[in-house]
Design a binder for this molecule. Structure first.
Ligand SMILES: C[S@@+](CC[C@H](N)C(=O)[O-])C[C@H]1O[C@@H](n2cnc3c(N)ncnc32)[C@H](O)[C@@H]1O
Length: 243
């Protein structure tokens, strides 16, 4: 946990004091946000936790939609940056705090929980799933945009090839793509549906093994694969919708 905290503090520290770089400004047409809003319904005046808020784009988006956002992150640098930006911009419907996702059960229960690329950082996951239940009001919902460990082939490459030779490893030392058994832990507490909004498979091979040289072709291969619904569950991207 401490290693992850140091890793992410290092990432967010580089943003310095430049007001334009303190946070990421959200793209209001981002399809992840569109699908999340569809799942939540009207967020105006509702409490929404942005779990693992990082550079704050999602928090800023949901705040702009009228939600009262509680932004949580392990990195004090990320939280300081977001707080400073909100103070500068007069945004008063975001409260940000340093907290491990594992402790989400300690906060006041919220109407909604949103997370982008956070679940795969959380261990032990069964404990988190139970805490998440406590963090959501009865009738509330959660939505996560995540990576996906369903493909054994992709996971073999991740475990045996990435980070070796010329192939870079990104991300913190503790993270591991969200596995189907972890989604099953969520199913013990929620009604869960998973969706695959796009195919990201060949693209990963091009990015990691070929330094992006065949990205254009890889995207075409992925679009072709996406035509076949039974294959979609192997995409590296998924939406996890909870109610
Ligand atoms: C991949 S980044 C995603 C950030 C943001 N959600 C986005 O989409 O840009 C992961 C974020 O989760 C935070 N994080 C990692 N482990 C965490 C944990 N156990 N509890 C809370 N935040 C964590 C990191 O500090 C980082 O900001």
């Amino acid at each position: 946990m401490q290693q992850a905290q140091e890793f992410w503090d290092g990432v967010f520290q580089t943003r310095g004091n430049d007001a334009n770089r303190l946070v990421d400004v959200p793209d209001p047409k981002n399809p992840v946000y569109m699908r999340a809003l569809q799942h939540f319904g009207d967020v105006r005046g509702k409490t929404l936790v942005d779990l693992g808020c990082g550079a704050g784009a999602s928090s800023l988006f949901f705040a702009s939609m009228g939600a009262n956002v509680v932004s949580i992150d392990l990195s004090s640098m990320a939280i300081d940056n977001l707080k400073r930006y909100c103070a500068q911009q007069g945004i008063d419907n975001i409260s940000a705090r340093v907290l491990s996702a594992q402790d989400i059960g300690l906060i006041e229960p919220a109407d909604f929980v949103f997370g982008a690329m956070i679940l795969h950082h959380i261990e032990p996951f069964s404990q988190f799933a139970a805490s998440l239940r406590k963090a959501i009001k009865p009738g509330g919902r959660a939505f996560f945009w995540e990576n996906n460990a369903t493909s054994n082939t992709m996971m073999w490459f991740r475990n045996h090839v990435i980070g070796k030779l010329w192939i870079p490893k990104h991300g913190d030392p503790d993270e591991s793509p969200l596995a189907p058994y972890e989604v099953d832990h969520l199913r013990k507490h929620f009604s869960v549906t998973t969706e695959y909004p796009e195919m990201v498979f060949a693209l990963m091979a091009s990015r990691y093994l070929l330094r992006g040289r065949l990205d254009g072709h890889a995207v075409k291969v992925d679009k072709f694969l996406y035509r076949y619904p039974p294959i979609r569950k192997y995409s590296y991207r998924q939406f996890v919708c909870l109610k």
